[in-house]
Design a protein. Sequence first.
Length: 343
Amino acid sequence: MATLNVVTGISSIAQDAETLHLAFKADMATLIAPIFYSPGADAEALREAFKGLGTDEDTIISILGHRNASQRQQIIRAYRDLFQGDLIKSLESELSGEFERAVYRWMLEPADRDAVLANVAIKHGSKHYNVIVEIVSVLSPEEVLEVRRAYHNRYKRSLEEEVAAHTTGNLRQLLVGLVTAFRYGGDEINANLAKTEADILHQSIKEKKGNHEEAIRILTTRSKAQLLATFNRYRDDHGTSITKKLLNDVSDDFHKALYTAIRCITDHQKYYEKVLRNAIKRIGTEHADAVTRVVVSRAEKDLKDIKELYYKRNSVHLEDAIAKEFHGDYKKFILTLLGKEDY
């Protein structure tokens, strides 16, 4: 078992300063990462964790659960330089189940992780396409472009090609349009356009089996600021939010995808809170996967705010809900990413 100082990766120069191991923590992030650490020491501690008859999962959690994306990539490089090995492959061979999947996805660079999530969604079929919609609707145009590049590099096919090959009709048009969109990122809006397109969306939703080309055009070309103005105008003119209206009409894959895109564009944190709530209620491999997706994707971004929304909605802390429903090393790892040490 590695000693505490090696496990936490604090450099020898800083080991006597307890405060240096306190979190450097973004306002909305839950990840607790050290200010000072040694990639080489971390790589050596992980190598030791793999030796012997059993794997030292606690060491893996204590190191990798406390390193940000840049630090994790430095550890991967240090492991390769020191041991001529692939750390991610070593983790895959040593771990199993939901714990292995969570650690694997955590270790990937963000764009590569989203490419993997998109590929898994395509393989699993239409009920998982919400994951693709979620990715491309939440990320910035530049980030979506990075995901498309990562997908091409990893799978030697384009993401839009894959989406088009596995879908048809309105759903295909919407998904391909969302994947390939490069939206304007500014705050300027056109109020008259918002009114016109709010009416178009209202009519499109009413016509369940109608031509939805205009709705698809709006959702896949307008900036997020313009879309928010349109959704607000929809509520003002039609007496209900567009998401509430769609919630009554999500009987087919197209409307489900439309609903997900609008929820993510309108307030992605509320969307993620609902994903977590539904996943925790329906424990199982598929739903643990949803918890993993949200936690590993948002731990370095805005998971603290999502946790607060979860508590307001459910009167239960997210950490407590996860601790109650999940078990073992997977639970420990997810709780660590949530910033909870005493599991």
